[in-house]
Ligand binder design. Structure first.
Ligand code: CLF
Ligand code: SF4
Length: 296
């Protein structure tokens, strides 16, 4: 698949700690938490905590205003020499908070123009924001796609809300999945490097994920990151007694996807929505806004 990428795209991948295993030793990422709302419900999530799609459950991040986020990025960029990526991944869905998210990206771009912008979303409203993503020069977008079959999806998503209308059951899953695949295809056609995250949920989508992988690859996804289910306290899956996959099960699935020719991410650390530093390292506590304001 990598043969389809241009030299520029390969170069961009090599400097992103999530898209390149090699890069994660040298390049740091910073997440800023400006997006509190979410427009869907996942059965592994509990709204009291951060979005589980790209982060650990049970973590509660402080929500920053775009203006606070701008100051924080400026401070971190001045102190963290390895900073190469600024991402928005929560604590809810960034595209359920489009004004805050895009305002923040614009501010970051003004303050630190050489940093790579990264966006992670459930994809429900992605197709409406393709122009804004392209205009800002956002080259890395992650969509969390856990199913492409609505019969599987309905076991994961009890409802979605779009333009004020609430959808449930099969209808909710159909709408979400069609939007995710549409958004993926539109971005990939424009050369955006789309990563797909899938949460491996034993007994729900574990046998379905190879089909997900084939489908997203055909639509132009660059990379597939399967992460083990971590169940948020108080979530539906906790009440259902669902269990995380064993490491061996996850590893076997990654092998299967790799054999089918998909580029598979294996070094994901399931970051916090407010993580700062190299992957696996979290220096969030070193960069508290109030302290940085006091000692600029
Ligand atoms: Fe952040 Fe995600 Fe961008 Fe990376 S994290 S928004 S793509 S800069 Fe990376 Fe963390 Fe795994 Fe995400 S290790 S949870 S894959
Ligand atoms: Fe929770 Fe994220 Fe799913 Fe929204 S997209 S319900 S915040 S896990």
């Amino acid at each position: 698949a990598s043969s389809r990428l241009s030299i520029e795209a390969e170069e961009e991948l090599s400097r992103h700690p999530c898209y390149s295993e090699e890069a994660h030793r040298f390049f740091a990422r910073m997440h800023i938490t400006v997006a509190p709302a979410c427009n869907i419900q996942c059965n592994y999530c509990n709204r009291k905590f951060d979005c589980v799609n790209e982060s650990r459950p049970g973590v509660v991040s402080e929500v920053l205003t775009p203006e606070q986020a701008e100051r924080k990025v400026k401070g971190v960029a001045a102190q963290l020499m390895q900073l190469s990526v600024v991402g928005i991944a929560g604590p809810g869905d960034p595209l359920a908070n489009p004004e805050r998210t895009f305002d923040t990206f614009e501010r970051v771009k003004r303050q630190v123009p050489d940093v790579t912008l990264c966006l992670s979303t459930n994809g429900l409203t992605l197709y409406r924001h393709v122009d804004a993503i392209l205009a800002l020069g956002i080259r890395h977008v992650t969509i969390t796609i856990n199913a492409i079959d609505p019969n599987v999806g309905r076991e994961i998503y009890p409802w979605v809300i779009d333009e004020g209308i609430r959808y449930e059951g099969q209808e909710a899953a159909e709408l979400l999945i069609s939007r995710q695949l549409q958004g993926l295809e539109l971005l990939a056609q424009q050369g955006v490097l789309v990563k797909v995250n899938s949460v491996m949920i034993p007994g729900v989508n574990d046998h379905h994920l190879p089909e997900v992988s084939r489908t997203v690859k055909a639509l132009g996804a660059t990379l597939h990151n399967v992460t083990p289910l971590i169940i948020a306290p108080g979530s539906q899956y906790e009440r259902d007694g669902r269990k995380a996959p064993r490491p061996k099960e996850l590893h076997n699935l990654q092998e299967v996807l790799g054999r089918e020719g998909m580029k598979v991410m294996r070094h994901c650390r399931q970051c916090r929505a407010d993580a700062i530093g190299l992957l696996g390292q979290d220096r969030n506590q070193d960069f508290i806004l109030e302290k940085m304001d006091a000692n600029p």
